[in-house]
Design a protein around this ligand. Sequence first.
Ligand code: GLY
Length: 273
Amino acid sequence: MTSPQAACLRAVLQLGYHLLDRGSSALVAVEQTIRVLERSGLFNAGKGAHLQLDGVRRMDASIMEGDSLRAGAVASIEGTVYPISVARCVMEETDHVLLVGPMATKFARYFKMERHGLRTPPRRLPYGTMLKQIRSARNQHGTVGAVALDRTGTVAAGASTGGIDLMLPGRVGDTPIIGCGVYADNEAGAVSMTGWGESIIRLAVAKEICDRLAQGTAPATAARVVLKRLVTRVQGAAGALVLGPNGRFAIEHVTPHMAAGWWDGRSEPTVRD
Ligand code: GLY
């Protein structure tokens, strides 16, 4: 893979590895790598987030760490470059897990999170027209995510997205819903999901994979079994980053493509599409 996306993935894999190598927490590595992906504009997250049918860019993100099981998330947030950092701020500055809509945006403003100046003309479609345009997103992807394990044995997972194409204003997918788009537990592992959010929500996929890891199932097997069930039960489509507490990991998908990679600090990062 030599696309701009692949080059960006290689750069963030190196960033994440070096952060962990210098003793940063898994939480910091996950946040910082996702920030680069959000800022790049190359993926459906942050600056590159898709527009909803009214022409507004509303974004979702979540982050979780596996020692204390703390988590933070935002849904339908607007005007910020780094939804993942707002999610972390929700986790660290409040007793809440999830903030939504204009109040999530207000929260980001209060904590002086970086704004983006992206302006798009509003689309004044009648609501009935929008309802006719929505469709499922089995073959779309572009949500960004990361999982990491640090020196203390703590795992973390995060994800950030602009949702899917052709979605109603206010539609929220799996990404900010803990247990669906992400989950992290030191006694099980860390999972970050991409894909068709409605199908991922129906099976609470991230928690389902983590539960299997906790029972001793290997990451690749746990991901394959749950993704197979996603297809057979709800005709879903998704990809999973799965990391066990022992460092074993898997990247599995039942979508046609999933750009992803890993690095163990030797040679070059591996990135595949
Ligand atoms: N997986 C991202 C979404 O469906 O919104």
